[in-house]
Write a protein that binds this ligand. Structure first.
Ligand SMILES: [Zn+2]
Length: 249
């Protein structure tokens, strides 16, 4: 039987920022560490909750109440990560820190479940010319897509701005553990391909339907009037106004 894996030496000098160590970030971070990515930065400010254990695979019952990053660090260390290769940023991705965090890595994996963080990650990555993999999952559905540095299409080509009013998150709508696990692994797949020179996934959004066993690839057209990557650029995109109710899947 043959096996395939990315040669570790290709990834030893690469780095990734995982925004949100939840249902998407847990499997994504594990895949990155196991693949040999030299520096994996985790960003989260939550504690482990029993109700989320079904999808947050880096944690178990003994971790309930602990900061997620500490529990994730222990699990990733036990599964092959080095102490120097797993960094913890205890806090949310916020406008005053986002650009510096993004600037310091080769790729960003954004798996938060709120639009404020998603837009902030998209804006920071565009301004700092960094690749970003966006992931989202709810109930039986999920999406993942890669936006290359300075990329068009970008997140704002598809979702123009932070929607007004209350948003339904994972805690209210629910999400299936296997679906979010699959999407987290898919995010890592896109990131690893990018880190090893394969940008073929850029420009398309991958949509998974866990009830119909269907993975669709849909091209996202870049909008000429996109405020982030198009001609109608807004002057200052990192604004505190869109940071509200940030949480992670
Ligand atoms: Zn755009």
């Amino acid at each position: 039987m043959s096996t395939f894996r990315v040669e570790p030496q290709l990834l030893a000098d690469k780095s990734a920022l995982v925004v949100g160590v939840g249902g998407l970030g847990c499997p994504a971070a594990l895949a990155l560490v196991r693949a040999g990515v030299g520096r994996v930065v985790l960003c989260d400010d939550d504690r482990v909750e029993a109700a989320n254990l079904h999808r947050q695979i880096l944690f178990d019952e003994r971790d309930v109440g602990r900061p997620k990053l500490d529990a994730a660090f222990d699990t990733l260390r036990a599964r092959g990560g080095t102490e120097a290769g797993i960094l913890r940023v205890h806090g949310r991705l916020l406008p005053d820190t986002a650009r510096a965090l993004v600037r310091d890595v080769d790729v960003v994996l954004e798996g938060s479940d709120n639009f404020a963080t998603k837009f902030l990650a998209a804006d920071a990555c565009q301004l700092e010319q960094r690749a970003v993999v966006h992931g989202a999952a709810i109930r039986w559905h999920g999406t993942a897509w890669l936006v290359p540095p300075g990329g068009a299409p970008c997140y704002r080509c598809l979702f123009e701005d932070v929607p007004a009013g209350a948003q339904q998150g994972c805690s209210e709508a629910g999400v299936m553990g296997p679906v979010v696990g699959f999407l987290g692994a898919l995010m890592a797949d896109l990131a690893l391909r990018w880190l090893t020179g394969d940008a073929s996934a850029a420009g398309s959004i991958l949509s998974y339907d866990g009830k119909r066993d269907r993975l669709r690839t849909t091209a996202v057209p870049a909008r000429r009037d996109c405020p982030l990557c198009g001609q109608r650029r807004i002057a200052e995109l990192i604004e505190s106004a869109y940071v509200s109710g940030i949480c992670t899947a």
